[in-house]
Design a protein around this ligand. Structure first.
Ligand code: URA
Length: 300
């Protein structure tokens, strides 16, 4: 009994690990062209028809033959019951999309319609153009004060953020809070968001396509908050929004300008708190950056 329950726990841990790592479908022996399947399913939906589950989808020329496989099995071993490839139904019930220029254009158009931050949040909730939404638990839109003069932008939410639906609430968020406290601020005097508002599975780096699709939304978010000082946490958000190519060591601590809504916003990049947790010696440089941020806020 005891042993059984340990095995069950171990199996659950293994499944959790797979999910964390972004595995979201059971691999069968049949090869499935998910892009083609998604296209076919979307076309059927458009015609008002309910697509067949993936297991019954027609085999394309590229699909392995189940018959041939069964024959192979019967030659060497008792027949094995194979589990057909089947996607775990995404919570939204939406098929995955193929990221392309059209989707980036749609994201841009949608973000531009948002007149307020609440509108923008609703736009993101309605937007199905980013596949990260299919695996994320929650939209991580923002935290802090939308009227603040200081805005932080990170890269993408992690596990804790995904659970709570708020940016920077895990260990790196706690460090960010301490750094804010050190310059006499807190979340009531700052607004915090990410370039990508859905957690990439297993905390992997967002792909360039995912980043490109989400970019119009964070750009609109910055326009609507209209801060006086913009802080990029880590190189990724600075590279995406400022188009700079330097690494964070070169870029951090240097004041730049971000083209805002009718004004140039003072912008600076600093080390990501997650990096500081791994490299605590670098905190001294971040401390300089935070002092410079405080100085900028008081002098403007
Ligand atoms: N890292 C980020 O870039 N953003 C978060 O919200 C949390 C961790």
């Amino acid at each position: 009994m005891q042993q059984n329950s340990i095995e069950t726990r171990q199996l659950e841990a293994l499944l959790d690990f797979y999910l964390e790592a972004g595995v979201d479908s059971f691999p069968g022996d049949d090869r499935v062209d998910w892009f083609e399947l998604t296209r076919q399913q979307a076309a059927l939906r458009q015609q008002g028809q309910e697509p067949r589950p993936a297991a019954q989808a027609p085999s394309g020329p590229d699909t392995g033959s189940a018959d041939a496989r069964d024959t192979r099995h019967s030659q060497f071993a008792p027949p094995v019951k194979t589990i057909p490839a089947q996607p775990i139904a995404p919570s939204s019930g939406q098929p995955a999309v193929i990221p392309d220029r059209e989707i980036v254009g749609a994201a841009r158009g949608l973000a531009a319609t948002a007149a307020t931050l609440d509108d923008l949040r609703s736009c993101l909730e309605a937007f199905d153009g980013c596949n990260l939404k299919l695996t994320a638990k929650k939209l991580v839109f923002a935290d802090g004060n939308p009227d603040a003069r200081l805005m932080f932008v990170g890269e993408a939410p992690g596990r804790d953020e995904d659970f709570q639906g708020k940016p920077f609430v895990g260990r790196s968020g706690q460090l960010l809070d301490s750094m804010l406290t050190a310059i006499g601020l807190d979340r009531s005097s700052a607004y915090i968001a990410n370039v990508v508002p859905w957690r990439p599975p297993g905390n992997r780096t967002p792909t360039p396509q995912e980043t490109e699709i989400c970019k119009p939304f964070i750009q609109r978010q910055i326009e609507l908050v209209n801060p006086d000082v913009l802080v990029f946490l880590g190189a990724a958000s600075a590279k995406t929004l400022l188009g700079v190519q330097d690494g964070i060591r070169k870029m951090r601590g240097r004041w730049m300008q971000y083209p805002g809504n009718g004004k140039q916003i003072a912008a600076i990049a600093t080390y990501h708190p997650a990096y500081l947790l791994r490299s605590p010696l670098e905190k001294r440089l971040s401390w300089r950056d935070f002092l410079s941020i405080r100085e900028k806020l008081t002098s403007q």
